[in-house]
Design a protein around this ligand. Structure first.
Ligand SMILES: Nc1ncnc2c1ncn2[C@@H]1O[C@H](COP(=O)(O)OP(=O)(O)OP(=O)(O)O)[C@@H](O)[C@H]1O
Length: 257
């Protein structure tokens, strides 16, 4: 199933936020969205996920969802957005509550999501008993429970320390390995973008326009290799050169707002 951004522009009252953004996320593809602060990355993700209607243009899904998919597009949030009073298992089961699944089917879907995120042994604990990284694993398990075609991720690792980030990046590489699920990955972190994405959409300062669409070389599973890391670092520096001036301007604008 493909997700298509077709000439998307958006304005909040008098503020132009996005300008004519078009790209396609192919089946199983991971597309990162990077750009200076406030350039409209999260707004674009909300539009892609159908939470927000763009001023002009549209977000479209094309093709059949994966078999058993209850929701082709599912969000993973920066702050995990877990229910504090519910166990890990109940958090993961939550999006399945009002679906047509029978109780055994629900249990099977939860078991599968917990297994894929290596949370099976933690099913009975509560979010406050878990580290940040484990909480985000629960957020990811909850998203997987509905068998999405495409995960919509808004800075999913930015609340985590660098070691935990690294571990979760490895988890993402594993989760995305079989190509059955794609993702749109909004991030400020260019290292995450080059490590995880097949392609990177670089947006300009607000109103966000596509400045460049970059393909990342090498298969995701090989990106830990020393030679390829060097290549990715070059790409990361190239992207930073593209964004740096506008990032400084955007930063100043935020401070003066
Ligand atoms: N609901 C809203 N109403 C009015 N303005 C909004 C709304 N949501 C976002 N904005 C503004 O739109 C602009 C783009 O915001 P958005 O959060 O999409 O940018 P971003 O690139 O994700 O930002 P950051 O990199 O800082 O996370 C910002 O100036 C923001 O203040």
């Amino acid at each position: 199933m493909d997700l298509i951004a077709e000439n998307i522009s958006h304005r909040f009252d008098t503020l132009d936020v996005l300008d004519d953004v078009s790209f396609t996320v192919g089946a199983g593809e991971v597309v990162a969205i990077v750009g200076p602060s406030g350039c409209g990355k999260s707004t674009l993700l909300s539009i892609l996920g159908g939470l927000l209607q763009p001023t002009t243009g549209q977000a479209l899904l094309r093709g059949a969802p994966p078999s058993g998919s209850l929701n082709p597009l599912t969000f993973v949030f920066q702050d995990f957005a877990l229910l504090p009073w519910a166990s890990v298992e109940d958090n993961v089961a939550f999006p399945l509550l009002h679906t047509s699944l029978s109780a055994p089917q629900r249990t099977a879907a939860v078991d599968d999501a917990l297994r894929r995120t290596r949370l099976t042994d933690f099913r009975s604990v509560f979010p406050k008993q878990l580290s940040g990284g484990m909480r985000q694993r629960v957020g990811i398990a909850r998203a997987l429970a509905v068998r999405p075609a495409i995960l919509l991720m808004d800075e999913p690792l930015s609340a985590l320390d660098s070691q935990t980030r690294e571990l979760l990046m490895e988890d993402f590489v594993d989760l995305l390995a079989d190509g059955s699920m794609g993702a749109v990955y909004v991030t400020h972190n260019l290292e995450e973008a080059v490590r995880l994405a097949d392609r990177i959409v670089v947006l300009s300062r607000r109103p966000g326009r596509i400045r460049k669409l970059v393909s990342v070389p090498a298969a995701r599973r090989d990106r830990g290799n020393v030679d390829i890391r060097a290549q990715l670092l070059d790409l990361q520096n190239e992207l930073w050169a593209l964004i740096r001036t506008e990032a400084i301007d955007a930063e100043r604008e935020v401070q003066h707002a």
